[in-house]
Design a protein around this ligand. Sequence first.
Ligand code: FES
Length: 350
Amino acid sequence: DAGHCAVTVETRSGTFGFDCATGETLLYAGLAHGLTLPHECATGTCGTCRARVMSGDVEVAWEEAPGAARLKRDKGDILLCQTRALGDCVLRVPSDVAERPARHEIPAPRLGVVGNVKQLTSDVVHFEIALTEPMTFDAGQFVVIEAPELEGGRAYSMVNYGRDLDRLELVVKRKPGGGFGDWINGPLASGANVKVFGPLGRATFHPDEGHDLLMIAGGSGIAGMMSILSRGVRDRYFEKRKAKVFFGVRTLADGFYLEDFARAIEAGGGNVEVTLALSHEDAGRLDHPEFPTVKLAHGFVHEVAGQAMAGGYDNVMAYIAGPPPMVDGAIRSLIIGGVGRSAIRYDKFG
Ligand code: FES
């Protein structure tokens, strides 16, 4: 049935209302209305979008979502990103909410077609989505993609950025037993119609802020960093400011974007530094004749970054993206190093 529900949200900063189609996710409907509802991953892993159902009927799409593990379900707690309204309802959200996002385009649902699927390493794939309606997004933002054969959405950061773009460039790392990663590599992906919700994410780069940049990424989390780097190069940001990128992969063979890094380092004229942190590489193999400007180090990326920075965090804005344990490790080592929370922007992709 194609009904509409009236959703009321009571928040710390007032009460708001929005319309939600039956079957539409509460978080997406609220965000598309312009409300700044709390969220991070938008896909059920982080638990940030917690809310309480005060009245009305809802339906939970993914009961076992990792982000729901600590909810008080008997009190009516839900994840907004995993719940749909079945009728009019009243929700309570335990945070401040504003009616317009201050800085970013209001996210909206769109349709797109998958194309240009390219293998970057044995388990990393580049792909693009041609959008039916253009999108404006900042360097560092992401979208949630729903593929026809798969349950639920996956979050991916764009490698590109810009105004009114009709093409998203993305990168996905295949995981064992791996849903979207396997699908995008399979025979059904090219030319497939997908649903896209976005742009999302506040781990964005704004040149007018004038910070030095520290970027710590694992796996496909590097996508957002690539868009930040290319924006910095385009805006000649690195003539005045520094950027240090730490990219964690298992072995040298798992590294990608090396050519792009080498180009950014050259364009940065000494102000851009990239270190590949190798968690599982043989101790003997630390030279890299093809891309000599990219540094190599042994260890987990947040440890390598912490040691290399050695407390030199003045005027730094840190960007972190990758699997949740890596992101948590990186946030911890920055806070121990004396970095304030307001100088850390991150995305966790489960
Ligand atoms: Fe809903 Fe992360 S935003 S669980």
